[in-house]
Design a protein around this ligand. Structure first.
Ligand SMILES: [Zn+2]
Length: 103
């Protein structure tokens, strides 16, 4: 996947899966996964993960591995996916606030 370093040097660079992923521990047992631009070291957050998100993601994984899902299960999957992404957004918000306060 090619990414443009739009907050840094404006150059394009390639992300090679998890190899470039770094993890930072945040307050409240939240982990921030991020990668950095190889040219200017600008950090980019991939996603956040906390304990309850891990649990939900396990549920999502279990549901997805089942293959043929009933309508009820499909709805649950959709609900869980939305929940995780909402939680991710909330962490993003918190992280931005932290950066503004201490950055
Ligand atoms: Zn850069």
């Amino acid at each position: 996947m090619n990414v443009t370093c739009n907050e840094g040097c404006q150059q394009e660079f390639k992300i090679t899966a998890l190899k470039t992923d770094h993890v930072e521990k945040m307050p409240g047992n939240v982990e921030r996964y991020y990668f950095t631009c190889p040219n200017c070291n600008q950090e980019y957050t991939s996603y956040f993960l906390d304990d309850s998100m891990k649990e939900i993601q396990q549920e999502i994984k279990d549901l997805r591995s089942k293959g043929d899902l009933k309508v009820k299960q499909k709805n649950k999957l959709l609900k869980l996916t939305r929940k995780v992404s909402a939680m991710n957004e909330a962490h993003k918000h918190t992280y931005r606030k932290l950066q503004q306060n201490y950055g």
